[in-house]
Design a protein around this ligand. Structure first.
Ligand code: ZN
Length: 147
């Protein structure tokens, strides 16, 4: 188990140090900001949706390793999925980090964040970008807050 934990940790640090899809997105159709005052995480998510498909996601922001790694992983995994698939993935990811779904159910790389379940405060860090993306897809260009 500790080997697995080390692996998860190194994937998180990799995405934290070299976030994927970081920066402004060309031809974005929506954007939203997410803030998590308890930790100080702040993320802006941009999305391009075309015909019910999330073509691309980009993000910018500052925050802890968990929040940034989760945003980075999300942009990789959600890009190319339908909006419906994003919704069900979000639900399953949320269940994974809150401990309601066990790891090993095909969530792939997202499982590196499953350790968050032991730290309830960190669940907000892990889901912040996801809430922002949901708002951006919905065309709700406001700011969402975990508080
Ligand atoms: Zn955080």
């Amino acid at each position: 188990m500790s080997d697995l934990r080390d692996l998860y940790q190194s994937v998180i640090l990799d995405h934290y140090k070299k976030p994927r899809n970081y920066g402004a997105l060309a031809d974005a159709t929506g954007h939203a900001e997410g803030v998590n005052p308890l930790c100080g995480d702040h993320v802006t998510v941009q999305v391009r949706v075309q015909g019910g498909v999330v073509e691309a996601v980009g993000f910018e922001g500052t925050g802890c390793a968990i929040s940034k790694a989760s945003a980075s992983l999300m942009t990789e995994i959600v890009g190319g999925k339908s909006v419906d698939d994003f919704e069900s993935l979000f639900t399953r990811f949320h269940d994974l980090v809150t401990g309601e779904e066990e790891p090993g159910n095909g969530l792939g790389k997202l499982e590196v964040l499953s350790g968050v379940r032991e730290f309830p405060m960190r669940v907000k860090c892990a889901t912040l970008a996801w809430h922002a993306l949901r708002a951006a897809i919905g065309g709700d260009e406001g700011e969402i807050s975990t508080e």
